[in-house]
Ligand binder design. Structure first.
Ligand SMILES: [Zn+2]
Length: 215
């Protein structure tokens, strides 16, 4: 009950953040910055939310922030200092929106791992899934127990072939940051991990939509 009420609040907050995040990215790309993916075990995750929501959406959470680079796009995508500072603000946001019911005090920032494929390859093949599994594999190989974390962030320099700046599982851990490492995008995407969908957001850009393309 309690967790449902606070999810409503973060849904609103997510929508507000969405607006600012869209503004940020639209200036450059002119397209929607954010995409949702069903969780890898969405049915199980949804059931978990229905029956035991408090265990997923409340309490002190941990997150592994995995930075990755590519042979054709080398270098840290974002500095450790920036990550630490931004995640402290994200934690403050989550605590505030949840009335203190959920916090993210435990954030581990990895070194930058070189991915086995080029950035061009992931982008051209739309292989966000492989990027995730390759990043998790690299972190595991470096000694991180990736299963121990409530969520993971995969952070990389912008790959233009990905049409989004942020991507997240709904109701399960996992966030992709495509060159957008700011507090607003991260808070928004973690709202999706908590189970929140977009509210008050009308997007008819899908050509298959009955209403047709346009906003
Ligand atoms: Zn979103």
């Amino acid at each position: 009950m309690k967790s449902r009420r606070w999810l409503g609040r973060i849904g609103m907050a997510a929508a507000i953040w969405m607006g600012s995040a869209l503004g940020l990215v639209r200036g450059a790309a002119g397209q929607v910055n954010d995409w949702l993916l069903p969780g890898p075990n969405e049915v199980a995750a949804v059931e978990q939310l229905e029956t035991a929501g408090s265990s997923w959406t409340t309490g002190d959470k941990s997150l592994l922030y995995i930075r990755v680079d590519f042979s054709d796009m080398p270098g840290d995508p974002v500095s450790q200092a920036t990550v630490t500072s931004n995640m402290a603000q994200v934690n403050a946001n989550l605590s505030h929106y949840s009335y203190g019911l959920m916090t993210l005090p435990d954030v581990t920032v990895s070194e930058t791992f070189r991915m086995p494929q080029t950035a061009a390859w992931y982008g051209e093949n739309n292989e966000r899934g492989r990027l995730r599994t390759d990043a998790l594999a690299a972190a595991s190989a470096a000694g991180y127990n990736t299963d121990d974390y409530w969520s993971h962030i995969f952070a990389f320099d912008r790959i233009d072939d990905f049409s989004w700046a942020g991507l997240a599982f709904i109701g399960a851990g996992g966030v992709w940051l495509n060159g957008a490492f700011n507090v607003g995008v991260i808070t928004h995407e973690l709202g999706h991990n908590l189970g929140a969908r977009h509210s008050s957001f009308w997007d008819t850009t899908d050509p298959a939509d009955i209403i047709g393309p346009g906003k």
